[in-house]
Design a protein around this ligand. Structure first.
Ligand SMILES: [Zn+2]
Length: 666
């Protein structure tokens, strides 16, 4: 997709006088910065009034960057509305969850179903493409910015009804899908459908009286914003047929079904902002998810070179940390490293957000020196890792419908949250350096030996068949409590849990207990060893599966908590309660052994080791994220570190945030 690793980030010279631009060019050149993302929030600048477009300043910026040989990431500026537009056409602003129609303010503030917004956004994207599309320095188009949020205005209500008519065709089908006999909610006219916010069936921001309706609204909002993206993309394509088009995503952001979005994007890009206490496994999981969206390398559109400003505690990245994080990003599939931002803003709410050039306005800073060092290294690394791939045999299912539906449920436990559950299973594989793909529910499963689908609450049409086929042919499936419960409309699969997975798992879950914080049960294995379990406890009966552990306490002591079922040539592990780390690793070790999957290197190590395969060699990214020094694994001794050109030696140690990229012919 790109000829080199794009290294740079968001750049807003329009916020600075011209003499600063010239100074920036010198600083950036010395830091080996080769890319800039411009025009992200400049709509009011390039269209100061309805009939007036003024590209003079942007022309100057593009000319300057082109002269300097930058790869320009050109944004379409539609992530924030101009004030004049909201004043003249109040419908372009959003109506919030409480039903309040917003005035002008903030960003990400356009109603996705406003025809006025759509008209203006499509037009400005087209004008930008017409003007800059033939410039060979434009490396990528960046539509809007961090799509997100929702709207509950009258235009959205009308569009939702149209969306529902297309989906359900008849009101009978809609009433059945949402189970509207409940509380006598039956609708007899499409116009009787009310949006599920605080004025309707919403209960607080995250709960609802009708999950079927609220999940549909999330699907609708995701689709509405995706339509906005496609509209701008298509406007660009009229003038520029080749340059890749993206928009920056946000990891496990709840509001948008990124698997659906990725199908419309040429390349996935995302913004990585872990907090000071985010586990490295969680960061790695999000990278793998972003790579998994298209099964291709991605762009890191934003990270801070030093600190954030919007989190509770915005700690500095320690010396070496930004470099280590950048290589972790590349290790998991990134082909670009971009910062937000290149020069720190003087005012407004992001003035404390880190940047390559801080308020002191000089290159004599720790952060600049670290950016310069990384720039030098990436330039030397060249294009050798670009486009290289992962060959994971472990797939972990991630599904936005499931995310929404699970968290809308009233019961059994408020602590049952989707991403946290997925992270627990990911962490086992991460800690042991297995390469993992994060996959959608409709993924081709053939390439995987083990598929892990925690809390697969919503089992949609076709999934039972796909999973049965996978196991039948010899795959290993791991699934858990709160799986197989509902269909795509959040109606229960009747006949006993886990519904469509019952035959496959060989168990019947009769009841689900919920344990409050501090309460726990125990899982007792055949060798009498015990581990803690809790959160929810499935009370289940064996229907062909074998019990690997049973509950140790309470009135269901002796009932199975962990089972294994032989199905065709493969196996299904069903985990009936949230096991502690020891119980979970014991379970997943058995499953991984049955599946015959191996980690990237056979040795156990505290280092993060990932592999990207290029045409005629592999690159092993070895990173130490722990405080303690760690020895280079024996199997990686004598390999060439492409960052230094030196060969690794036996007993060599990596300190915290040390990185090696080892080239291995294989
Ligand atoms: Zn709206």
């Amino acid at each position: 997709m790109f000829q080199r690793i794009l290294y740079g980030g968001d750049y807003n010279p329009n916020q600075w006088p011209r003499e600063v631009w010239e100074q920036d060019m010198r600083y950036f050149k010395n830091a080996h910065i080769n890319s800039a993302t411009v025009n992200v929030f400049s709509w009011a600048k390039i269209q100061p009034a309805e009939e007036i477009y003024d590209f003079s300043e942007l022309d100057d910026i593009v000319d300057m960057l082109s002269r300097e040989g930058y790869d320009i990431v050109m944004a379409t500026s539609t992530g924030a509305l101009p004030a004049w537009m909201v004043k003249r056409y109040p419908e372009v602003a959003r109506t919030d969850y409480e039903g309040r129609a917003h005035k002008f303010g903030h960003r990400h503030n356009a109603c996705p179903n406003s025809p006025v917004f759509q008209k203006f956004a499509a037009k400005i994207a087209g004008k930008l493409a017409e003007r800059y599309g033939s410039n060979p320095h434009i490396a990528c188009w960046h539509v809007s910015n961090e799509y997100g949020g929702e709207c509950y205005c009258e235009n959205c209500a009308k569009a939702f009804r149209v969306w529902l008519r297309e989906k359900y065709k008849t009101l009978e089908a809609l009433n059945a899908a949402w189970n509207m006999e409940f509380w006598g909610h039956i609708v007899y006219d499409w116009d009787e459908i009310v949006l599920p916010n605080a004025l309707g069936d919403g209960i607080g921001w995250e709960k609802t009286a009708f999950a079927g309706m609220s999940v549909d609204y999330r699907r609708f909002i995701s689709d509405s914003m995706l339509d906005n993206f496609k509209m701008e993309r298509d406007s660009i394509r009229k003038f520029d047929r080749e340059t890749p088009i993206t928009t920056n995503l946000m990891g496990t952001y709840k509001g948008l079904d990124y698997f659906k979005w990725a199908k419309e994007m040429d390349i996935v890009s995302w913004d990585n902002y872990p907090a000071y206490d985010t586990p490295w496994s969680s960061v790695a999981m999000r990278h793998d998810l972003m790579r998994g969206l298209k099964g291709q390398p991605f762009m890191l559109m934003e990270q801070t070179p030093s600190q954030q400003n919007w989190q509770a505690y915005n700690s500095l990245k320690r010396p070496g940390q930004m470099r280590a994080q950048s290589y972790q990003t590349i290790a998991h599939g990134a082909d670009t490293i971009q910062f937000f931002q290149l020069r720190r803003s003087k005012g407004a709410c992001e003035k404390f957000h880190g940047a390559v050039i801080a308020h002191a306005g000089t290159d004599r800073t720790r952060v600049y020196r670290e950016v310069e060092q990384l720039g030098r290294e990436l330039e030397a690394l060249g294009n050798r890792t670009l486009g290289s791939v992962h060959d994971s045999r472990v797939g972990i299912v991630f599904d936005w419908d499931n995310y929404w539906a699970l968290e809308y449920t009233s019961g059994p436990s408020v602590r049952l949250t989707y991403v946290e559950q997925i992270e627990q299973y990911y962490r086992f594989f991460y800690d042991r350096n297995y390469s993992v793909d994060m996959i959608p529910v409709d993924a081709a499963l053939d390439r995987y030996k083990i598929v892990v689908a925690p809390v697969l609450y919503m089992v949609k049409e076709g999934m039972r068949e796909a999973l049965e086929d996978f196991v039948q042919k010899g795959g290993v499936l791991v699934t858990t409590y709160m799986s197989g419960i509902v269909d795509q409309s959040d109606n229960v699969h009747l006949g006993g849990y886990p519904g469509p997975l019952r035959k496959l798992a060989g168990v019947w879950v009769e009841e689900i207990d919920a344990l409050a914080p501090g309460q726990y049960n125990e899982a007792v294995f055949a060798d009498k060893s015990r581990v803690k379990c809790g959160l929810v406890c499935d009370l289940m009966h064996l229907e062909g599966a074998q019990s690997l552990a049973e509950y140790g306490n309470d009135f269901y002591a002796g009932m199975p908590v962990l089972t294994k079922n032989a199905f065709g040539k493969g196996f299904v592990y069903y985990v009936g309660s949230e096991l502690d780390a020891e119980g979970l690793s014991r379970t997943l070790r058995m499953a991984a052994e049955d599946a015959g999957v191996s980690p990237v290197i056979p040795e156990e190590t505290g280092l993060e080791v990932s592999r990207r395969r290029a045409k005629d060699c592999s690159y092993y990214f070895v990173i130490n994220f722990r405080k303690e020094e760690a020895e280079i694994p024996a199997c990686l001794v004598g390999k060439t570190d492409v960052l230094t050109g030196r060969q690794t030696e036996a007993g060599e140690k990596l300190s915290q945030y040390d990185v090696k990229i080892l080239q291995v012919k294989e």
